[in-house]
Design a protein around this ligand. Structure first.
Ligand code: GDP
Length: 320
């Protein structure tokens, strides 16, 4: 049990998920949360990470720091995606072992499941087939992180748990069109088209591709829940159990934004994997369920975008 005064370190506390996790921990009464800005601690540097652990001795770690991005960013920067993620997770996971961290939560990614994975994707399907090419390098890094936790658990008896969240979105998301995921991208595209009275919005791909979207506060809630209630050396998926096509999603966002123009699906752009829906029976079996319906989550995200985007200074690298 993670007690309220025990020290919890949240690497990546300024990213989408990290912010939500710190908020959740505070809400639950945790009073000893340790964070470091990127300029104070570069997690890709082994020595810096070691010094931090030697000095701060965190008892629990929720590793949110990662290089993340949407389909275009993954295709444009494969080297950064594999290098930064491998470096960050290798340094943090190893230090968690070396400095006796009681429990670590590592986040994998649903894009690590095979490209032609049976749906919904059960935890046991990892490494059962070829990866989707649009985000292969990120996926390989995330698989390595899971396997590293597994290896340390096996050899050293550590309590390193690993969860695979599906597509996360929400307040504090990245709305830069070249690097963002689909929900913030479409919110921005529809909003700008509405303001500037542009008659069409272009959505990438066929519109038939399907994704499972989960609101970030629900992932934060599940994460803290797992820190308290889960200690199995096996992956656990975090998702809603429901997917939606990008076509349906586009019309939903169009409605929320109250955009009156048309939508064009640009089939010259990649669909990526055709369907990504994780099986949530394991988490369901622990009696945890997400609370935010997609429409409500999109409304909250849109509200945050109109009020805060442009005024926020989020560390774009440390999102998960
Ligand atoms: P993915 O789940 O790893 O593919 O991550 P994304 O959130 O980047 O993309 C999800 C799906 O939305 C993909 O099939 C994209 O082609 C599609 N999509 C449609 N329009 C956009 C857009 O403007 N930005 C992004 N990132 N994806 C888009």
């Amino acid at each position: 049990m993670m007690l309220n005064d025990e020290r919890v370190y949240v690497p990546g506390h300024k990213g989408l998920l990290g912010l939500a996790i710190v908020r959740k921990l505070k809400e639950e009464g945790h009073s000893n949360i340790t964070v470091r800005d990127h300029c104070e601690l570069d997690l890709t540097r082994q020595l810096e990470v070691e010094k931090f652990f030697e000095k701060e001795h965190p008892q629990y770690v929720i590793l949110c720091a990662a290089r993340v991005g949407g389909i275009k960013a993954n295709m444009s920067y494969p080297a950064e995606f594999i290098y930064e993620n491998l470096a960050i997770q290798t340094n943090v996971i190893h230090c968690c072992h070396k400095h006796g961290v009681k429990k670590l939560l590592f986040f994998g990614s649903a894009c690590s499941y095979p490209r032609q994975c049976p749906q919904p994707m059960k935890e046991g399907y990892l490494l059962s087939g070829y990866l989707e090419l649009t985000n292969e390098f990120y996926a390989v890094a995330k698989i390595a992180g899971i396997k590293m936790c597994e290896a340390y658990n096996r050899q050293y008896g550590t309590d390193f748990i690993y969860a695979i969240p599906t597509n996360i979105y929400g307040a504090n998301d990245n709305f830069e069109l070249q690097s963002s995921h689909v929900i913030p991208a479409l919110i921005r595209k529809f909003h700008e088209a509405m303001i500037k009275q542009i008659p069409v919005v272009i959505v990438w791909g066929s519109g038939n591709q399907r994704r499972d979207f989960i609101y970030v506060d629900d992932v934060a809630d599940a994460s803290v829940f797992l820190m308290h209630n889960y200690d199995q050396p096996e992956i656990i998926n975090i998702g809603t159990g429901e997917d939606i096509s990008i076509r349906e999603l586009s019309f939903l966002i169009k409605e929320v934004v109250e955009y009156k123009g048309d939508i064009i699906f640009d089939t010259s752009k990649s669909d990526g994997v055709s369907k990504k829906l994780v099986d949530v029976s394991k988490l369901d079996g622990l009696d945890w369920k997400p609370k935010t319906p997609l429409e409500e989550g999109i409304k909250k995200t849109y509200e945050w975008y109109t009020k805060s985007w442009g005024r926020s200074h989020i560390d774009r690298r440390s999102r998960s």
